[in-house]
Design a binder for this molecule. Sequence first.
Ligand code: ADP
Length: 363
Amino acid sequence: GKGLAVFTSGGDSQGMNAAVRSVVRMGIYLGCKVYFIREGYQGMVDGGDNIEEANWSSVSSIIHKGGTIIGSARCMDFIKREGRLKAAYNLVTRGITNLVVIGGDGSLTGANLFRQEWSSLLDELLANNKITKDQREKYKFLHIAGMVGSIDNDFCGTDMTIGTDSALHRIIEAIDAIVSTAYSHQRTFIMEVMGRHCGYLALVTALASEADFVFIPESPPNLDWREKLCSKLEQERKSGQRLNIIIVAEGAIDREGKPITAELVKNVVVENLQQDTRITVLGHVQRGGSPSAFDRILGCRMGAEAVMALMEATPDTEPCVVSLDGNQAVRLPLMECVRRTKAVAQAMADKNWDLAVQLRGRS
Ligand code: ADP
């Protein structure tokens, strides 16, 4: 059977295990020899026990676990050609020419580069007598399918990344808990949520929790936000509301690009309204815990689709990323999605928020 390996790379997220499980089982079902690569690219570069054959039962009882059981890591070695050469050796000598990468845009970029270099890496290995002519010929094509694991939902091309829904569950649970105490004491609560430069988690959280105000990086407020915020909070209290909730995305900024932090918002509320105001920064709680049903199923579907994409690949099939489009798992060109995702980051850095939002929408 064909050699296929799966690995998780970059930041972890809930639902990665479901994806790993699905890749392993779909691969075995279709007659592949399936491997885990532990610790992301580092395991690929280091080889040895890091690359281990998987069987049907090695992915039992993992679907409900958060994080990734095969480990994830950032890997400096893989950024250099020397590291990728070692990685190529470790794959070829095991007969692995199909890779499923579960990670963020960095991990997918690395995979694409690896695939572009594959031929020349094998030439170098052959020239150094590390592999045989037969191996050079037999394993000359490398196929890649990616899927995005991230709680931030910050990747262009997919409606949802694996982990986002679980992170929202975690955040909402925390807010519900806070609301009950805030209600008793007539407090104002400021909650900072993750998302880096993407306001998705903050925005959806705000809608789902009846927040009074939300700050997200894609829609920076004018400099009069202080007055607007205070009058809104005051108005809510006057109309009988016993508490206020303000959601701040970790990347929130104002029109001038200055950060709007939970601390800053708190000072504004305390100075102007003298409300009893508390900050909650959820941090890594958002990444932890068990994956939601949605993320489990998303991981399963994407994993199966990724394996099918690899099995159907011909020598000139470009690397794909499996995405969710509506309720459909689809294959999109990996590099186009990565390029768009990077263009969003650039637009945000250029303070061109309208362009960023437009690029992030469906193409
Ligand atoms: P994410 O995949 O979550 O975006 P990173 O950007 O940290 O996370 O990327 C994860 C790993 O992918 C890096 O540690 C590195 O090993 C590999 N990688 C990222 N970018 C590249 C690149 N341009 N070339 C080669 N490898 C890369």
